[in-house]
Design a protein around this ligand. Sequence first.
Ligand code: HPA
Length: 274
Amino acid sequence: MYEKLEQSAKYIQAIHTSTPKVGVILGSGLGAFVEKIENPTIIPYLDIPNFKKTNVEGHEGRLIIGKIENTEIAVLQGRIHAYEGHAMEEVVFPTRLLATLGIESLILTNAAGGVNLEFSPGDIILIDDHINLTGKNPLIGPNNSEFGPRFPDMSHAYHPEIKEAFVESAKKLGTEIKSGVYAGLLGPTYETPSEIKMLRTLGADMVGMSTVPESIAANHLGIKVGGLSCITNMAAGIKNETLKHEDIKEQALKVMEYFSSLLKNTIIRLGVED
Ligand code: HPA
């Protein structure tokens, strides 16, 4: 794994020499954020050695490295999901690759179903914490101590500094950001109404099929993680509607402007700190 990461990183570093400080993984329908990146170097996943391509519609499959004001960033436009049949190790390969490139912070974004009845489609929610309900973990197997400890602490899986940066950025945009707990399931089915009731009882505010493995792998590596969920729909059983991936992508597109501004402002803040 380590050699593979080194090989992939070398390929990227030969094309783009500077070191990114912040990494971003963009969820379903949220790819348009890349328009905010200045002087972008665009590398299709297919060109990167050892990189698996994503097959999900709404996920582009490109690495974009560039700047947001003075902050160097590396953005993965499209992610790999476990429900596509990839092993968890493959799912977190892109996260570990960003770490090999040198990122210090990682912002995970996703489209999610609203479980909290006070949320509405179109809300951008700050991820306060997660509940891993995938039944899997990317760190299963022998521990690679070059990555991190055998039993990583997850008390601050979503780092207070990044949360603060999001709260302040939202204020600057004249808004107040709500926060919530993200329940990560394996998918690919959307949940049943009973499962959503269960998730609410467990303390979840939103539900999705990504983010958790990446957050675990990044925490293992000692990278500060932040997260945003775009509520694209109310979860199953809350409204009398069927859930469709096309509608979810469309809803994500509607909030792109705010989502992109919030992310941009937060990245600028993270670049200014320290
Ligand atoms: N459930 C799971 N994943 C999702 C949903 C949902 O309702 N909406 C967007 N991603």
